[in-house]
Design a protein around this ligand. Structure first.
Ligand code: NBG
Length: 817
């Protein structure tokens, strides 16, 4: 109690009170009489951070031993969400902290609401990385998550006259109490220039890279605590800064302003996160970002390895490095460079180490998302790496030639260099060649990967491929965001499910219990009220909490088919207009999600949804039965309010396009029923919860391909389906555009003439499935039973299970828990 650590890191009400007041005064220089809510938040965050770093330091000591193999998760994106409530939960101090603050006259929930989240990712991929950080610590795997400390994260979205507007995200403007800058952990990163060969002291021929510019990467550490365990891992994000020596050189020449200019240019590298789905990728700055964070991270791992007494040749024994998509794939060439050029290993030895180090996760089958860089750009920025890529390729193609003699077409397909037109470096190929294991993120996706984009690799190295189905953390996605449900579940089956999600099965016998059902509905209704209040506040639309909450939230993309949901709403609208007495149960349709700023059709889809809302929400005939809401700025913080309030989860992507999905898991875990296609992880969710508890519709992946191969003609569906025709004609008529017939013409033309994502082919099946949803909604007991069973059977989709699968199938690590 009297030792300094006890005062700084104790967990009793009194110790937390003391630490909090101490931070307010000595950490922030504030006195209680004049504090703002933000001051209170920062003081509490610092109080919690002390307790986290104490654990992080202990974890480093525990795992510093010679035997441990640690994980480095390399990801260009993370979406951690607000930290405070989650950290309190994982430390097990939510209630004592609430009490400590109450005694000081403050309200914990108000303070928690102050936090602004780091939006350092686009969507599912970044959020997955953060769920995995939580799970790595929770199953006690020593790990570092490496990434980029973007100054501007994903833009904030506002809706103006139905259109998306982007506002720059200034998440750092009020400081970030969760991170600690580590100016002593810094690495030089080189760009451009040329290479030359020389003979070293041993008489061996070596290569030297003479760069044109150099920047410095500085580490910023955020502790990531496991759930109720001692382990605390680190998220280490890199910020670019100017190298001092460069400033001095210019300064000495009297060119002070050039020195300042260098500083600006250097810091640009980590200025801004690139939105995905942009048409014009291949930007130089993005390749710079990728190389920058990868090189910092590998240099850091090599430093830690040496610190623990390791030699470069045993690097792979101590580090399992996961490439989160191709964004960090340049790591394969960079580790080779570090080992060969900087540490003097021979090529063959370095290659063994490299291949034993990396594993690659693919997150998409969409061909346009597979990264490639022109050879010119790549070579001008990373001349030494281009040489290394060529050498890797030369040796690799020799290997292929042995396996498949006289098969030039195959060689061309497999090559790291795409030579079908202008020459490109194919990053997915580099990742495949340089990794010991390649995985997809759901069973279906992993299979399709082997049949489509990575088919030649699967034929060459079938054993390299495996599947690890994605998962989500039940801590954030139930305990933090849905306290009502958490309490109900825990009072029924204990709290073991939060570390072992399979225990939710114990809820199954309660699915028919009338009393439990009533409590289940009460919790859902309270969550719906909470969401309704927020919606009223942000959009001024009043929604009825008793109506069916039908929710579609995710990035806006044609393949995710938000516009198919719009076709359904218009169908119901026209049905009600024609037959005002029609039996359509009251539904509220919620949409949320950002469109990439340069993605024309996605932005128009947002406008379409808002235009449908404008008509539907004000029409006296349907007014109280259909409501359409676009919830602006869907992010982690807002998501906390959305998943717990959903009755119906829309997972309606064209089969074969969504690699996994993780929102689908968050919904079902919170008791929503799913309407969905056989795509991504939907397939496995349906398998787990039971086909009878899932609204399936639409073509499967094979049927999609067959239909396309036969020659898909969307117009045939339009001509043959009277209701569909009315719906499309309604959009084309200008009725949604206040008479402007041009407004939605791009969408209408796209659907009638191309429809690459087969909305029209799936339309009728979707409407029929929605009618089954409405029918079931009229039977609250049956609906509730299915809702309970959905939650009860979601155990497989915990990110703890995913991480254990990675440990077992990919990293060869034994988790501590
Ligand atoms: C996304 C997929 C999702 C998947 C997440 C996480 C990319 C490139 N891919 O289906 O579209 O759930 O990755 O694996 O962002």
């Amino acid at each position: 109690m009297n030792s300094p650590e006890a005062v700084r890191t104790g967990l009793t009400v009194d110790e937390i009170k003391r630490a909090f007041r101490d931070n307010l005064c000595c950490g922030l220089g504030r006195i209680e009489r004049y504090v703002t809510k933000h001051d209170l938040y920062v003081a509490l965050a610092l109080t919690v951070r002390d307790r986290l770093f104490q654990r992080a330091v202990e974890s480093m000591q525990t795992y510093g031993g010679a035997d441990a193999r640690r994980v480095a998760y390399l990801s260009a994106e993370y979406l951690p969400g607000p930290h405070l409530a989650n950290n309190l939960l994982n430390l097990g101090i939510t209630e004592v902290t609430r009490e400590a603050l109450r005694e000081l006259g403050y309200d914990l929930d108000e303070i928690v609401a102050q936090e602004e989240e780091p939006g350092l990712g686009n969507g599912g991929l970044g959020r997955l990385a953060s769920c995995y950080m939580d799970a790595l610590a929770s199953v006690e795997v020593p790990a570092i998550g490496y990434g980029i400390r973007y100054e501007f994260g994903i833009f904030d979205q506002i809706i103006r006259d139905g259109w998306q507007c982007e506002i720059t995200d200034k998440w750092l403007r009020n400081g970030n109490p969760w991170e600690i800058a580590r100016p002593e952990i810094k690495y030089p990163i080189k760009f451009g220039g040329r290479t030359e060969t020389f003979t070293d002291k041993q008489g061996d021929s070596r290569v030297r890279w003479i760069p044109e510019t150099e920047v410095k990467g500085v580490a910023y550490d955020t502790p990531i605590a496991g759930y109720r365990v001692g382990t605390c891992d680190i998220l280490r994000l890199w910020k670019a800064e100017a190298v001092e020596s460069f400033d001095f050189a210019a300064f000495n020449h009297g060119d002070y302003y050039r020195a300042v200019q260098d500083k600006l240019v250097s810091e640009n590298i980590t200025k801004v996160l690139y939105p995905n789905d942009e048409v014009d990728v291949g930007k130089e700055l993005r390749l710079k970002q990728q190389f920058f964070f990868v090189s910092c991270s590998l240099q850091d791992m090599l430093r830690i390895h040496a610190l623990l007494g390791g030699k470069p040749a045993t690097f792979h024994e101590k580090w399992a490095v996961q490439l989160n998509d191709t964004h960090p794939a340049i790591a394969v060439a960079e580790l080779m460079r570090l080992l060969v050029d900087e540490h003097g290993l021979g090529w063959d030895e370095a290659w063994l180490v490299t291949r034993a180090t990396f594993a690659y996760t693919n997150h998409t089958l969409l061909p346009e998302a597979l990264e490639k860089w022109t050879v010119e750009l790549f070579g001008s920025l990373l001349p030494r790496h281009l040489e290394i890529v060529y050498e890797i390729n030369r040796r690799f193609l020799d290997e292929v030639r042995e396996e498949f003699p006289a098969d030039d077409a195959r060689l061309a397909r497999l090559s790291l260099i795409d030579e079908t037109g202008p020459r490109y470096v194919r990053m997915a190929h580099l990742a495949c060649v340089g990794s010991h294991t390649i995985n997809g993120v759901a069973q279906l996706h992993s299979e399709l990967l082997k049949q489509t984009v990575l088919r030649d690799f699967a034929e060459l190295w079938p054993k390299k491929f495996c599947n690890v189905t994605n998962g989500v953390t039940p801590r954030r996605w139930v305990a933090v965001s849905n306290p009502g449900l958490t309490q109900l579940i825990t009072s029924s089956i204990g709290d073991g499910w939060l570390r072992d999600l399979g225990q939710l099965r114990k809820l199954e016998p309660l699915a028919d219990d009338a009393n439990f059902q009533q409590q289940w509905r009460d919790v859902k209704l309270a969550n719906k009220r909470r969401l309704a209040t927020i919606i009223k506040d942000r959009t001024d639309i009043a929604v009825a909490p008793e109506s069916l909450f039908d929710v579609l939230v995710k990035r806006i993309h044609e393949y995710k088919r938000q516009h198919l949901a719009a076709l359904h709403i218009i169908t119901l609208y026209l049905r009600l207009r024609r037959h005002p007495q029609a039996d359509v149960p009251a539904r509220t349709f919620f949409f949320g999600g950002k469109a990439a700023p340069g993605y024309f059709l996605a932005k128009r889809i947002i406008k379409l949804i808002n235009a449908v809302g404008e008509i539907v929400n004000t029409d006296p005939i349907v007014r109280d039965r259909l409501k359409v809401v676009f919830f602006p700025d869907f992010n982690v913080k807002n998501a906390h309010f959305v998943y717990p309030a959903a009755n119906l989860s829309e997972q309606i992507s064209t089969a074969g396009k969504e690699a996994s999905g993780t929102g689908n898991m968050k919904f079902a875990l919170n008791g929503a029923l799913t309407i969905g296609t056989l795509d991504g992880a939907n397939v496995e969710i349906r398998e787990e919860v039971g086909a009878e508890n899932f609204f399936l519709f639409g073509l499967n992946a094979k049927e999609v391909e067959e239909l396309k191969a036969r020659g898909y003609r969307p117009r045939d569906y339009y001509e043959q389906n009277k209701v569909l025709r009315e719906v499309i004609d309604f959009i084309a008529s200008g009725a949604l555009g206040r008479g402007d017939v041009e407004l939605f013409r791009p969408i209408v033309d796209n659907l009638l003439d191309h429809d690459p994502f087969l909305l029209l082919a799936d339309y009728q099946a979707y409407i029929d499935a929605q009618d089954r949803v409405s029918a079931l909604w009229r039977d609250p007991r049956e609906w509730t039973r299915k809702s309970i069973l959905n939650t009860a059977r979601m155990g497989k989709f915990s990110s703890d299970r995913s991480i254990r699968d990675y440990c077992d199938r990919v990293w060869n690590i034994k988790p501590g828990q």
